[in-house]
Design a protein around this ligand. Structure first.
Ligand code: BES
Ligand code: MN
Ligand code: ZN
Length: 488
């Protein structure tokens, strides 16, 4: 499906299908009146007979054999003071589901004109593009038989007032979420650190404003990134530090840096994970995926901003030469770390990437990581955790998440928790015990983020869904894109 945007309906009659909202107060909008005429009063008749009642989940498809669109779908949007984002997403999916098999080449979607006190037209545009893109998403490259692709050829025109800029952002975001989903869903035998590096090189090659640098293990060793390197010790896949530099404004303007955890498979290492659902640890590079995908959105939107993306990528495997519990390594910052659990590897790669970020003299740094199982216990699968060394920056991100319908919640990061990382043999330990696992992981990172404004996003619960609908979600791309747009 392709999306286009128009402020108003220019050519209602040229559409093959139209989707029209009907509020619970049953007012006939201009388009509904026009459609009613084409259908010789069938819409008003359906309202009189209460087949159409304007409530959420009430929708009716009218076939038009005369001039104008062949299909007219009238969708109840409920009362203006009730319609919320969750319902709105469901409405769009069910409306598209009702016509997609026979939608034709041109669909006019007026559902962004739904009356809602909570959702502006811009909000509705955002929700529409992201939700319909998600509902059309398939990851079939390894299936020899593909599912049917009803509606794939269709051009859907989104009608909404004053939403051109929002449309551009939402389209870039929705497409970036697909990139993020694809990278996440790829299996670990294909999506290796080297593969991620190649994707970054390809992305930079297609964009004028982006340069790319891939640091291999030798180069990282020279920089002293022994903590990052320790994670990949047991793997035959070489670790990579991937750096994309987007220059959208003058050189001296301090960049906003995004750092992604790119563990392309996390077995736990010598602190081996249990076997159940271990396949899902291919998703342990979803932080990296969201950062790379956001970079593509930045390119597509041509933002007037400097942005640096850093991906710290390794595969965490057990082996004769793997890091062992108790091993001590020196980080690029000079601080030493006692690795008490090799499964707490995300922080080990991120800490050196954060130190590397210092060289950009960043305006802000946000790292994104599937960092802790504890985050799922704290917030479940709906909300990303935000932790920061600057409360107002944390709140900026929470607000960006609200604007983007990509929910977050701030957790504290007080100094008291630092004690849990105390080590008898090194400057700090890489685990802090069972209490507050998400917070102590962030506390570990904070020790490497002292020279800049920094926030950490733990997407362990939100990056993918398990079970029958197993798949990467594309979160938290909307939040990251909104965060960057808010810096303009
Ligand atoms: N990648 C995992 C975190 C994770 C686990 C995310 C399950 C999503 C689902 C991370 O590397 C990890 O293993 N963390 C450990 C840390 C612990 C050893 C302190 C965890 O959460 O169990
Ligand atoms: Mn782990
Ligand atoms: Zn991990």
């Amino acid at each position: 499906m392709k999306f286009s945007y128009s402020q108003t309906v220019a050519d209602f009659d040229a559409a093959n299908s139209v989707i029209l909202p009907l509020n619970a107060d049953l007012t006939l909008t201009e388009s509904l009146q026009q459609a009613d005429k084409l259908l010789a009063g069938a819409i008003s008749a359906a309202i009189s007979s209460e087949d159409l009642n304007g409530k959420v989940k009430n929708q009716h498809l009218f076939l038009n054999t005369g001039a104008g669109p062949q299909r007219i779908l009238v969708v109840g949007t409920g009362a203006s003071d009730k319609l919320n984002a969750k319902q709105y997403r469901e409405l769009q999916v069910s409306a598209w589901g009702a016509i997609k098999a026979n939608a034709g080449a041109k669909v006019v979607n007026e559902l962004c004109l739904a009356q809602s006190d909570q959702l502006s037209p811009q909000d509705q545009v955002r929700l529409t593009l992201e939700t319909l893109t998600k509902s059309e998403y398939r990851f079939e490259q390894f299936k020899t038989k593909k599912e049917d692709s009803d509606g794939a050829e269709c051009d859907m025109q989104i009608i909404a007032p004053d939403s051109a800029a929002q449309f551009a952002q939402s389209l870039a975001t929705a497409q970036a979420m697909d990139i993020c989903r694809d990278l996440g869903n790829l299996p670990g035998n294909i999506c290796t650190p080297t593969y991620l590096a190649e994707q970054a090189i390809t992305m930079a090659g297609k964009a004028d404003k982006v340069s790319v640098e891939i640091l291999d293990e030798d180069e990282m060793a020279i920089l002293g990134m022994h903590c990052l390197l320790s994670v990949g010790n047991g793997s035959v896949e070489p670790s990579k530090l991937i750096v994309l530099n987007y220059q959208g404004t003058d050189k001296d303007s301090a960049p906003h840096v995004l750092v992604g955890k790119g563990i392309t498979f996390d077995t736990g290492g010598i602190s081996l994970k249990p076997g159940a659902a271990m396949d899902e640890m291919k998703y342990d590079m979803c932080g990296a995926a969201s950062v790379l995908a956001t970079m593509q959105a930045v390119i597509d939107m041509d933002l007037d901003l400097n942005v640096v993306a850093i991906v710290a990528s390794a595969e965490n495997m057990p082996a004769g030469n793997a890091t062992k519990p108790g091993d001590i390594v020196t980080t690029m910052s000079g601080q030493t770390v006692e690795i008490l659990n090799t499964d707490a590897e995300g922080r080990l790669v991120l800490c050196d990437a954060l130190t590397y970020a210092e060289r950009f003299k960043p305006a802000s740094v946000v790292d994104v990581a599937t960092l802790t199982g504890a985050c799922i216990i704290a917030l479940g699968h709906h909300t990303t955790a935000v932790l920061s060394n600057d409360d107002s920056f944390a709140q900026d991100l929470v607000k960006a998440g609200q604007e983007a319908f990509d929910a977050t919640w701030q957790l504290p990061i007080g100094e008291e928790y630092q004690e849990q990382l105390q080590s008898n043999f090194a400057d700090l330990a890489n685990i802090g015990g069972r209490p507050a696992g998400t917070i102590t992981a962030a506390c570990f990172l904070a020790r490497f983020a002292e020279s800049f404004k920094w926030a950490h996003l733990d997407i362990a619960g939100t990056a993918w869904t398990s079970g029958k609908a197993k798949g990467a979600t594309g979160r938290c791309v909307p939040l990251l894109v909104q965060h960057l747009v808010n810096q303009l």
